[in-house]
Design a protein around this ligand. Structure first.
Ligand code: ZN
Ligand code: ZN
Length: 348
């Protein structure tokens, strides 16, 4: 699967020649000059949810399909992004660092993406609400955050499906003291994993991952088209599937251990070991939309992440030392008050 770098004609207005940007509210291309709307939907949109088989015993030679893309590389975190269409602030969406222009020589084709559904204004509202609900936040936090920069990024992910034929050995204890006994059990079970999401970039931090992980819906996927990226930053896929499978294996290990404990049906079950025969691996290379607010508080860089799919908001924030001290003083007072009552009832 190969695809050309974003062509100017893909995002050029067919009526006035102006430059278009993807509009999350309308899900269409919007001309920045004359306001014309151009649909991006095609009759093949349903194909975007297609998953591709992968046989680890006979890994296909996968060649990076994209060449000659102009990318921006961050001088601070090393993140590499492309900017499509209307001029964007040329700062790294991941860390807000300065970027330099480079030519990308190695990237894999993106199969599908979930277009932004949340507009910049909505993202900003979600951030304001999120900040206003923070416990013991400094009074000037809202104003400080307002001076920050909200960046967009289509972040690269894999989805993985697999069937696991698991054989396990586990143990659990019953009784206590002298009657404490350890019991050993073994068993087999089949597990099907569907659409496990794995970040395909080290710049997709747990904060970003958690922000978009919860609301992945395959029916929101659209075939990759440059128009969806117009006006947004995107990171290309640069890692081979094998790398994704290794990361996926680490995630699955935790899930499999939890499933075994459930299968054993004892609250103190311990998984001694297991082996699994993995078959039916299917994957996709996709992009998921994220808004990231970068702000600085007291000299510390902080981020608030808003899912571009449903507005779910996660973030980093400072605490007010004074408010925390105040709350703790109140708690101490309550404790002392309880102490007095306790003491008083004790005397009575
Ligand atoms: Zn136009
Ligand atoms: Zn960066």
């Amino acid at each position: 699967m190969t695809q050309p770098a974003a062509e100017q004609s893909d995002i050029q207005c067919q009526s006035c020649g102006g430059q278009c940007a993807f509009d999350p509210a309308q899900q269409d291309l919007l001309c920045q000059s004359c306001g014309s709307l151009w649909p991006l939907a095609t009759e093949n949109d349903h194909e975007a949810a297609t998953e591709f088989p992968f046989n680890p015993d006979a890994p296909m030679e996968e060649y990076p399909g994209l060449q000659g893309d102009q990318i921006h590389q961050c001088e601070t975190c090393g993140g590499e992004v492309i900017f499509t269409g209307p001029a964007l602030s040329e700062n790294c969406p991941y860390c807000n660092g300065p970027v330099v222009l480079r030519i990308e020589d190695k990237a894999y084709a993106t199969m599908a993406l979930v277009p932004f559904r949340i507009t910049r204004d909505h993202a900003s509202e979600h951030i304001t609400n999120w900040i206003s609900r923070r416990f013991a936040a400094p009074d000037n936090l809202a104003n400080t955050a307002e001076t920050g920069r909200i960046a967009s990024i289509y972040a690269p992910f894999w989805t993985f499906d697999s069937r696991e034929a698991i054989e396990y050995w586990a143990s659990y204890t019953t009784g206590s003291g002298d009657k404490r006994r350890r019991h050993h059990v073994s068993g087999t079970m089949d597990v099907f994993f569907d659409d496990l999401l794995v970040p395909a970039s080290e710049h997709v931090t747990p904060l970003i991952r958690d922000g978009v992980l919860h609301d992945f819906r395959p029916d929101y996927l659209r075939p990759y088209r440059a128009g969806y990226l117009a006006g947004f930053a995107a990171e290309r896929h640069t890692m081979p599937v094998q790398k994704g499978l290794r990361l996926n294996k680490q995630d699955k290990d935790l899930l499999i251990r939890n499933k075994i404990k459930k299968h054993v049906g004892r609250h103190n079950a311990r998984v001694d070991r297991y082996r699994t025969d993995t078959t039916g691996i299917h994957y996709r290379r996709i992009l998921l939309p994220v808004w990231i607010l970068h702000y600085t508080y007291d000299g510390h860089a902080k981020k608030v992440v808003v899912s571009g799919i449903d507005g779910r908001t996660y973030g980093e924030r400072p605490f007010s030392k004074w408010k925390l001290a105040g709350y703790s003083a109140v708690l101490t007072a309550i404790t002392i008050a309880f102490g007095w009552i306790w003491g008083a009832t004790g005397i009575l």
